[in-house]
Write a protein that binds this ligand. Structure first.
Ligand code: NAG
Ligand code: NAG
Ligand code: NAG
Length: 380
């Protein structure tokens, strides 16, 4: 009897051991090169909770706020298939690391006086801290929305335009409006209505940040007309941020960012552009030597401008490219407000993501001078 019981206990031990190790193995393997601190984040009740804690608004330290101070990926704690919207939240979390780090590094790089000397309000840096805290809250919200069967991506190393307060704030303005525009697309990828609502709420927060910058920093009318710009191909905007990520610095367990991605050539306006407002003629520039668009001789290509809830297409002459540069006149019919999302497509209206061959570029119309500088490759 006792021998049988011992055998039973051994079987039970083996069974338990296997059942547990099937889940625990990926975690224990990573503990050899990660501290294990990040694994605590798998519990959504760990640390300050967004909506219950003022940490994500009123933390005034310079050091990274939680969970931005824990940059490792968080490994799955359960086995099983991913939840329906996990990939969408993973894309959002990877993008959020870029945005959070942008604010964090600005807070570290510039002093209150730097902003004042450049002509900006005395409380500029404090607002940037508050925005940074909101972005830390986004990190936590997105971590919590990814189910326990999927990895929560960690931070990479990034490079940002940190040379001058003015250039930094210019980049901030286009980053916030780009966040808003990509969220109008990302919300269309989410399958679960609650998640769609949560993403809409996040995009409202980015819009509030943008409105502050437009009114207080740039002293312009903050309104963008009756609707902000809807752009359906969110991952194309996410991919256009790849130049900010230092190659080879992402945790190698992170999922591809963004997923899926098309590796489309970047699209800018050439340096001789003197306006990106409706009616202006610009020459297109594809700044990455290793990623140039390829145009078929017998296909008609279009520059497509998304604005508000519509898009306007302009046929372009690609014959002789790249020796003969491509020019386009920005449709004079567009309202000079908010943002345009511009791209090159092989069909009018870019009706599928596969029809896009270069871009998109996010073209800020407000303030117009800033939009021009940014689309030429930098605000300085
Ligand atoms: C991260 O920040 C939180 C809150 O400020 C703090 O409690 C925690 O110890 C920090 N963790 C690390 C690893 O720095
Ligand atoms: C675009 O404009 C430039 C001059 O700004 C000209 O050299 C070039 O030929 C034009 N390209 C086309 C396709 O017309
Ligand atoms: C652009 O607008 C056309 C209608 O003018 C529409 O058929 C097309 O789907 C729109 N493109 C996108 C990507 O929404």
């Amino acid at each position: 009897m006792s021998r049988l019981r011992a055998l039973g206990a051994a079987v039970m031990w083996l069974w338990n051991h296997f059942a547990i190790s099937a889940v625990a193995a990926p975690v224990s393997r990573v503990l050899t090169y990660y501290s294990g601190e990040a694994q605590k984040l798998a519990d959504p009740t760990y640390g300050p909770i967004p909506g219950l804690s003022d940490h994500y608004s009123s933390y005034w330290g310079i050091e990274r706020p939680f969970p931005g101070n824990i940059s490792d990926p968080v490994f799955p704690t359960e086995e099983g298939p991913p939840a329906e919207d996990d990939a969408t939240w993973q894309n959002l979390l990877s993008a959020e690391w870029i945005i959070f780090e942008f604010y964090q590094q600005g807070v570290e790089r510039f002093t209150d006086e730097d902003f004042v000397k450049a002509g900006f309000p005395t409380y500029t840096r404090r607002r940037l801290m508050e925005i940074r805290n909101n972005e830390a809250g986004h990190l936590r919200i997105f971590q919590n929305q990814i189910s326990p069967t999927s990895i929560k991506p960690g931070a990479c190393k990034y490079k940002f335009p940190l040379d001058s307060p003015r250039g930094y704030l210019g980049f901030m303005t286009v980053m916030e409006i780009s966040s808003m525009a990509f969220l109008t697309g990302l919300v269309q990828e989410a399958k679960i209505p609650w998640n769609q609502g949560a993403m809409a709420a996040i995009s409202q927060t980015e819009a509030r940040h943008e409105v502050w910058a437009l009114m207080d920093i740039w002293k312009v009318d903050p309104f963008a007309g009756p609707a902000d710009t809807v752009f359906p191909y969110a991952n194309q905007i996410l991919y256009s941020t790849h130049a900010l990520v230092v190659p080879g610095t992402c945790p190698h367990e992170n999922p591809e960012y963004p997923h899926p991605r098309q590796l489309l050539p970047d699209l800018w306006a050439s340096h001789d552009a003197n306006s990106v407002e409706p009616g202006a003629r610009i020459t297109l520039s594809f700044p990455e030597p290793d990623n140039q668009p390829v145009f078929d001789d017998d296909t008609q290509y279009y520059a497509v401008f998304f604005h508000s809830v519509l898009n306007v297409s302009v046929p372009i002459d690609t014959e002789g490219f790249p020796e003969r540069p491509i020019n386009v006149t920005i449709p004079a019919s567009l309202e000079r407000k908010g943002v345009f999302v511009a791209l090159v497509a092989d069909e009018p209206g870019a009706p599928t993501k596969e029809s896009v061959v270069a871009g998109p570029a996010v073209v800020l119309e407000q303030p117009a001078e800033l939009g021009l500088a940014l689309v030429k490759g930098g605000p300085n």
